[in-house]
Design a protein around this ligand. Structure first.
Ligand SMILES: Nc1nc2c(c(=O)[nH]1)N[C@H]1C(S)=C(S)[C@@H](COP(=O)(O)OP(=O)(O)OC[C@H]3O[C@@H](n4cnc5c(=O)[nH]c(N)nc54)[C@H](O)[C@@H]3O)O[C@H]1N2
Ligand SMILES: Nc1nc2c(c(=O)[nH]1)N[C@H]1C(S)=C(S)[C@@H](COP(=O)(O)OP(=O)(O)OC[C@H]3O[C@@H](n4cnc5c(=O)[nH]c(N)nc54)[C@H](O)[C@@H]3O)O[C@H]1N2
Ligand code: SF4
Ligand SMILES: [Mo]
Length: 662
């Protein structure tokens, strides 16, 4: 038996792990006590890596659809057929008829797929951005003048934290990775205050000092009320700002009475929260998918969260929020050349079939995929490590659309309901089979990068994802060789190219397994950027208009999303989390639904059946449905047409539903 040091890539927390292997058997994963970032922490998902590696439905051979049936084949035959079909589509219909969905933790594969996408030259690009959350980059852009302002709480020094629509004790964070979230939240609550704003008394709320449960999709009102009152107190900081008068006017309607009514909370709950906010040195706020999944409401909520942080002096200051400067690249090196986005934002032309939508960060909304296929605009789709059937909205429209594609190529490690719809299934190395680096360094709570060697040899005929896309690119006649040559390069050769502009050499990170650079807080580059811009933009007209245009939430029952401990989106079904639908006992009684019994949830778009859990922890009027189940697929209820037309984000929280005993 041998123990190999690695890091987990099931989620973006990238905890350090020790993997026990015996030949080709992966026996056990445990936390690496000596790891400088995660200090021995792991969760059930990471410890399930051996089960994932030995999954009975793991893919070992390329597969290709012949006469309607998927059959095992060889790489040469599969890639040859795929290239021939793609070439014909590109020649006849143009490159824009080929689409890509980008969602993978495999660094080299991700970058090579990007290179192939660029070489084909198609605008049809999709990613989790528009099914997870566009509000964060939008607000960075409009308020901070730079999309790359990726803010996260200074967890080590923070003593007042508001968690709005985020449940890190289960999720480990959204756009901030938090190994050991329980310890982190507990520590902050011990030395200060943690307030959770969530329609459910969550696992995180149990550790918090305060909890507010407004109606879903009304968080903007809570924040607007707090901002209104803080403005009336007079600002605590002298950080440069612009748009103060416009902001003051925008939040003026959010009086105590109006806010309490919109949110359906007692006025005293709001005044207690306000008193806490007033007492804080500065207010750090983390938002999650409970905010970003509320479409246009998410934009204004995220905006007002930033405004509250700016007004209380939290931005770029100890105990508040810091902005990740990158590790593979170095933002401060841009100096005065760091771009400033215009206050109206930057958007591009959207897909032809959906004139109301536009491109945001050069991506199209995932929600438009079925329409673009139906219109004949998209004929081929390359899926770079996603589980579309569980993740895209309105499954009832998505599945027929995917079946209509001429080419649907998917890279995967385990057979699932998305691979079943594919024309070409491309089995790539799983996380234990490949050397890797931490691709999403910007999500880390450190300025750092990690490297792992492969832990075991790949099973069957699995290949590196980068190799698959490099070889496909070559067959299509594109030059994507600057990242890696499919005949000669090793995985590490490609990874070293990805770290060419990093804060340390590739050799250094390989030698130690990780590298960290000091974090400046305050960071001069952030203050310089905000100064050059003329101060934080408190009232971008686009957001002011979206706030003014919001209608009150419908009185009906609405659904909200939820993560589960032993699942990662559409993955890890084998750990046995069931599709428990959380319902307030009064709502259950009103609908005749009994706890522990099957319940059917219906929306205007479809229905699903799960097991009811009547639970006092959830407020009335709210049904909490976990994401990522293949049977009780929550996207049976969502709509491809219900999107934020500014950014393309689909509404995954706040959809009206009804309950029925099944
Ligand atoms: N165990 C596990 N961890 C994961 C994942 C997983 O599937 N399982 N997925 C990963 C991914 S891809 C992501 S994006 C992150 C997401 O991380 P989080 O954003 O923390 O996701 P959740 O844990 O679902 O927490 C969202 C919370 O928002 C609340 N909520 C819903 N609607 C509203 C609303 O309108 N207002 C307010 N205030 N709250 C609302 C829900 O009740 C829920 O408690 O988690 C990541 N980590
Ligand atoms: N209604 C609703 N919809 C949602 C959400 C919600 O809460 N509610 N959550 C949204 C969010 S936050 C996100 S991020 C998206 C996520 O949706 P997706 O981007 O589709 O991500 P996953 O569901 O994690 O699917 C990842 C797939 O990659 C495969 N995989 C795992 N490891 C590897 C590997 O090493 N190589 C390869 N080739 N494949 C691998 C897995 O088996 C899995 O099928 O879904 C979104 N959709
Ligand atoms: S939190 Fe769990 S899944 Fe995420 S990296 Fe750590 S061990 Fe892996
Ligand atoms: Mo996500």
């Amino acid at each position: 038996m041998q123990t190999v040091r690695s890091f987990c890539r099931v989620c973006t927390s990238v905890c350090g792990i020790l993997v026990d292997v015996d030949g080709d058997q992966v026996l056990r994963v445990r936390g690496d006590q000596d790891h400088p970032f995660s200090q021995g922490y792991t969760c059930a998902k990471g410890r399930a890596l051996p089960l994932l590696h030995h999954h009975p439905a793991r893919l070992e051979k390329p597969r290709m659809r012949v006469d309607g049936q998927l059959q095992d084949t060889s790489w040469d035959v599969c890639l040859d057929d795929l290239a021939t079909r793609l070439k014909a589509i590109i020649d006849e219909r143009g490159p824009q008829s080929v689409a890509f969905y980008f969602s993978t933790m495999e660094s080299a594969g991700f970058r090579m797929a990007e290179a192939l996408h660029a070489a084909i030259g198609t605008p049809a690009k999709f990613s989790p951005l528009t099914i997870d959350g566009t509000a964060k980059p939008l607000v960075s852009d409009l308020v901070g003048g730079f999309m790359g302002l990726s803010g996260r709480t200074d967890l080590d020094n923070c003593d007042f934290l508001m968690l709005v629509g985020i449940n890190p004790v289960v999720s480990h964070g959204h756009a901030i990775s938090m190994p050991n979230p329980t310890g982190t939240v507990r520590d902050i609550a011990k030395r200060g205050q943690v307030w959770v704003v969530d329609p459910r008394h969550t696992e995180t709320a149990r550790l918090a000092t305060g909890h507010l449960a407004p109606r879903p999709s009304t968080d903007h009102a809570v924040l607007a009320y707090l901002v209104r009152e803080i403005l009336r107190d007079g600002r605590k900081t002298d950080v440069p700002v612009q748009g103060l008068a416009e902001l003051t006017a925008a939040v003026e309607p959010f009086t105590l009475e109006h806010t309490a009514t919109l949110c359906d909370v007692a006025e005293t709950e709001l005044t207690t929260l306000l008193a806490a906010v007033r007492s804080a040195r500065c207010v750090a706020i983390e938002t999650g998918t409970g905010v970003t999944m509320t479409a246009e409401r998410g934009n204004v909520t995220q905006w007002l969260a930033w405004v509250l942080m700016i007004l209380t002096g939290a931005m770029n200051r100890p105990g508040g929020t810091w902005f990740h400067p990158g590790f593979a690249y170095q933002l401060e090196a841009f100096g005065e050349f760091l771009p400033v986005t215009p206050i109206e934002g930057a958007f591009g032309p959207g897909p032809r079939s959906r004139p109301e939508a536009q491109a945001f960060i050069n991506e199209w909304p995932c929600a438009v995929l079925p329409d673009e296929i139906a219109a004949g605009n998209i004929r081929a789709l390359i899926n770079v490590g996603g589980s579309l059937v569980t993740s895209f909205p309105e499954t009832g429209k998505l599945i027929p659309a995917l079946q209509h594609l001429e080419v649907f190529a998917t890279t995967e490690i385990v057979n699932n309901d998305t691979t079943e719809l594919a024309t070409h299934v491309l089995p790539t190395k799983d996380p234990l089979e490949r050397p890797d680096i931490t691709l999403h360094d910007i999500l880390s709570s450190r300025v750092s990068v990690q490297h792992t060697p492969a832990v075991v040899a790949p099973v069957g005929e699995r290949r590196s994802m980068w190799w698959v896309f490099a070889d496909l690119g070559r067959r299509l006649g594109y030059d994507v060789g600057s990242l890696g040559d499919p005949d000669r390069s090793t995985d590490d050769d490609v990874l070293s190219v990805l770290l060419a502009g990093a804060r340390c050499s590739f050799e250094d990170v390989v030698a130690k397994g990780w590298a960290e650079a000091p974090r400046d807080l305050p960071a001069q580059w952030v203050d310089d950027h905000i100064g050059r811009m003329g101060g934080w933009r408190l009232a971008p007209p686009l957001l002011v208009d979206q706030l003014a245009a919001l209608k009150p939430m419908p009185a009906a029952l609405v659904m909200v999303p939820r993560r589960q401990r032993k699942k990662l989106n559409g993955q890890l079904d084998f750990l046995g989390e069931s599709a428990e639908i959380m319902i307030n006992p009064d709502d259950g009684a009103a609908a005749g639904v009994a706890g522990g019994r099957p319940v059917t949830v219906r929306s205007a778009n479809g229905e699903l059946t799960g097991v009811a859990r009547l639970d006092e922890s959830i407020r009335r009027g709210v049904v909490s449905i976990p994401h990522g189940h293949h049977e009780a697929n929550v996207n049976r209820l969502t709509s491809k047409d219900d999107i934020d037309t500014v950014t393309g984000m689909v509404r995954y929280s706040g959809t009206p539903v009804s309950l029925h005993p099944a």
